[in-house]
Design a protein around this ligand. Structure first.
Ligand SMILES: Cc1cc2nc3c(=O)[nH]c(=O)nc-3n(C[C@H](O)[C@H](O)[C@H](O)COP(=O)(O)OP(=O)(O)OC[C@H]3O[C@@H](n4cnc5c(N)ncnc54)[C@H](O)[C@@H]3O)c2cc1C
Length: 526
């Protein structure tokens, strides 16, 4: 059996686990991350897509709200290409109590969350599909976040600092020696091969599956309460801003625009098994009704896909039975198994939000450093993991991919099929040669020298020459005719068989379609 060794084993490849791997690797630890599936195949890849401003929690869960305020701002600096700055609105629908808006504003003020009440008319101007019956509207810095890009960015960053990211590797057992965890048994889910890992510490970032990992170390009742939620993606952006109902957190009260779609969610029901989270028809109907409350006509849009995720909510089992998972705080907790269960070498992260993954990772690795008696401060608040240019210098916008694509799409456009000359190459040749003569370009890039002898490409090339401002209309017509005349000289003495057919086709194009004889400069090709 293969043997591996590392300072730290991180279990789970969601936002928390990859954040932990990035944090620990930056502090100089030799890290292995084991994920039983692909990165973000758990809850992270099944969430609602919202980078919380904190507004949702300001009244009910102020600590969670404050964490979101701080981390929302931090992530905009650190991983801007993973974030779309959609902005957010909290709106009082006809079914909501307008007085909640006052508590909301007061909560925002206390949490340091920049919120502002705007006229209903202004909210409707910004979001014309919104329910015209809304009574109040507030702006907040909500945003949407692309989780797949986030976990890939974090894991690439960790790998660049030596971390080994083992996807499709399930932790099937923990090795406990005396009163400490000393390693783990992993199984490669694709080959069935098992590996043994010796490690100084295990950081359990397996989210809703945390209790299963703890059982492997003989720890019961770890206090993870799985809260199931469903979401439905609609086939386009019904809104461009995140729209929240301005009320105590409830079901179906947020509509998030993500890339080209919008997602309504969510419910919160206690689940027993994080791998068994079926979606019921009642839940779907409820979500569609809730969408209708925010955007009348919601049901008429195409519901494209429904899915469920399971929140890893933390409430210590010793605190008593959880009846309503909405009452469990959205803050996170590091479970110190040494103090709590007498087992060292193991820490579990529980609770939290995707929005606060960085802080959660920092707290978990801080707790490990403290147990190890090592002073290695976190660097993730200022060090940026490797990103891409999706957003240029800032956050990405809905049009950024299209803009990038269009930039190169034109360059790739094929102008001469015979000689495979693209628009980019042709434009570059026209600029470099600085000529108004298409024959010069022909010699330079072999334009029109293939089997069609310019029949298909030369009128396109003439248009491009006009487009790059070498020629005005009349000069372009003149250049085209000169070129055709020059070609014709070499063609007419051999006009028989297939070449005659090609010449007739060219003639139809130039005389029949373009009527080159009557283009405005009076000269006629021979
Ligand atoms: C319906 C819903 C909507 C949400 N919406 C939002 C939102 O809009 N904004 C927000 O900030 N937060 C939101 N959240 C919360 C957020 O999604 C979670 O807090 C976060 O994704 C948890 O990430 P994680 O890495 O801790 O867990 P996960 O992403 O679940 O990662 C844990 C990983 O551990 C792996 N694993 C399990 N067992 C093993 C094993 N034995 N060996 C190896 N790997 C294992 C799993 O495969 C999984 O990939 C939402 C949650 C839900 C359920």
């Amino acid at each position: 059996m293969a043997q591996l060794k590392a300072d730290v084993l991180v279990i789970g490849g969601g936002a928390t686990g990859t954040g932990v791997a990035w944090d620990a690797a930056l502090r100089g630890y030799d890290v292995i991350l084991a994920e039983r599936g692909d990165l973000a195949e758990g809850t992270s890849g099944r969430f609602h897509g919202l980078l919380h401003s904190g507004g949702r929690y300001v009244v009910k869960d102020p600590v969670a709200a404050e964490e979101c305020v701080v981390e929302n701002a931090a992530l905009r600096e650190l991983i801007p290409d993973c974030i779309e700055d959609t902005g957010g609105l909290f709106v009082t629908t006809p079914d909501d109590d307008p007085a909640y808006g006052d508590s909301f504003l007061e909560g925002c003020r206390k949490a340091n969350l920049p919120a502002e009440e705007i006229d209903v008319a202004e909210a409707l101007r910004r979001e014309p599909r919104l329910n015209p019956g809304i009574k109040r509207a507030f702006t907040v810095p909500d945003a949407s976040i692309d989780v797949w890009k986030t976990v890939s960015t974090l894991s690439r960053g960790a790998a660049a600092h030596g971390a080994r990211i083992l996807t499709y590797h399930k932790v099937i057992d923990l090795h406990v020696s005396g009163d400490a965890v000393t390693g783990a048994r992993l199984r490669d889910e694709r080959t069935g091969e098992e590996l043994d890992l010796e490690t100084g510490f295990v950081l359990n970032a397996s989210g809703a599956w945390a209790a299963q990992i703890c059982h492997m170390a003989g720890i019961e009742d770890v206090g993870v309460v799985p809260g199931k939620g469903i979401m439905i993606a609609m086939n386009h952006r019904l809104v461009g801003t995140v729209v929240n109902r301005c009320t105590m957190p409830a079901d179906g009260d947020i509509l998030v625009p993500i890339r080209t779609v919008s997602v309504i969610g969510t419910t919160d029901i206690r689940a027993t098994d994080p791998d068994e989270i079926p979606v019921t028809q009642d839940e779907v109907d409820q979500m569609l009704d809730d969408g209708e409350r925010l955007v009348p006509g919601f049901r008429e849009a195409r519901a494209m896909r429904v899915w469920a995720g399971v929140r890893p909510l933390f409430q210590d089992a010793r605190a008593g039975e959880v009846k309503d998972t909405r009452d469990v705080s959205r803050t996170h907790a590091v479970v110190e198994h040494k103090a709590r269960d007498g087992i060292g070498g193991l820490l579990t992260m529980s609770g939290g939000k995707l929005t606060t993954y960085r802080l959660m990772a920092q707290d978990l690795v801080d707790a490990m450093c403290e147990q190890l008696g090592q002073d290695r401060p976190s660097r993730t608040r200022h060090e940026r993991p490797p990103g891409d240019d999706d957003g240029g210098a800032g956050t990405y916008t809905i049009g950024s991919r299209l803009r990038r694509r269009e930039k190169t799409l034109l360059d790739e456009q094929l102008i001469c099929e015979c000689e495979l000359i693209g628009r980019g190459k042709l434009e570059e040749a026209i600029r470099r040669k600085g000529t108004a003569d298409l024959d010069d370009i022909r010699r330079h890039v072999r334009l029109g020298m293939g089997p069609c002898q310019g029949g298909f490409c030369i009128y396109r090339a003439t248009g491009i020459m006009h487009g790059v401002e070498r020629l005005d209309g009349e000069e372009a017509a003149h250049a085209l005719r000169d070129f055709l005349q020059e070609r014709w000289k070499g063609v007419w003495p051999i006009l028989y068989g297939d070449q005659l057919r090609q010449a007739r086709l060219d003639d139809w194009i130039f005389q029949g379609l373009l009527d080159v004889e009557h283009l405005p400069d009076g000269k006629v090709p021979a």
